[in-house]
Design a protein around this ligand. Structure first.
Ligand code: 5GP
Ligand code: MG
Ligand code: MG
Length: 183
């Protein structure tokens, strides 16, 4: 695919590759300090968190296992409902493990609230959240998010793992779509 072609579908670039990578490096340093002396399991949520997991984990100067869950949230269109189904569960037993959930974006936080209570019921030593992006509505949810890359405005964004109809995940930047893409 010609990358110039997809870039042309963006109206604005919210975050450049340099900004994303720089922030992930800072977050990785903070995570390393916080989890010093503890084992760490990074739990990626498919598919959006693939890029964050790949780059965040490679900025970590320490061992960290990775596991993945795929969940699907019943909802109409772009809104999530908080009613969630596990499509692919963890391979790992998280009993007594320190779990860090790696997310791409938190909007309403409904999906994440469900996920956190599901994980807590499995008896982990700890469950913390790390997300690259957070939207303003996330403030209303009771879930504490320990590591946030960027607080962004309430707009639909794509790139760096985030899709529109399964496209744009492979962009290195995060941006908003131009109106001609919708019409
Ligand atoms: P929440 O339950 O926090 O409202 O929704 C989280 C999920 O909705 C994210 O994991 C993501 O799949 C999707 N989502 C929320 N906001 C956006 C956005 O701006 N762009 C894209 N591509 N997906 C989003
Ligand atoms: Mg996600
Ligand atoms: Mg999506």
């Amino acid at each position: 695919m010609d990358p110039r072609h997809i870039d042309g579908d963006l109206e604005t670039i919210l975050l450049t590759e340099e900004e994303i990578q720089g922030r992930l490096a800072e977050m990785a340093a903070e995570i390393s300090r916080d989890y010093e002396g503890k084992d760490l399991l990074l739990l990626g949520v498919l598919k959006g968190a693939v890029m964050v997991m790949a780059d965040l984990s490679r900025h970590l100067p320490r061992h960290a296992e990775q596991d993945w869950m795929a969940i699907s949230s019943y909802g109409s269109g772009t809104r999530s409902s908080g009613v969630v189904r596990i499509v692919k569960d963890l391979d790992t037993d998280i009993l007594d493990r320190h779990v860090l959930v790696v997310e791409d974006i938190i909007d309403t936080g409904l999906t994440l609230s469900w996920l956190v209570s599901n994980l807590r019921s499995r008896g982990p030593a700890s469950v913390e959240i790390c997300t690259l992006l957070r939207k303003p509505e996330a403030e209303k949810t009771p879930v504490d998010v320990n590591y946030v890359g960027f607080d962004i405005p309430n707009a639909f964004v794509v790139g760096y793992g985030l899709d529109f109809n399964e496209k744009y995940r492979n962009l290195r930047v995060v941006g908003t779509l131009a109106p001609h893409v919708y019409t």
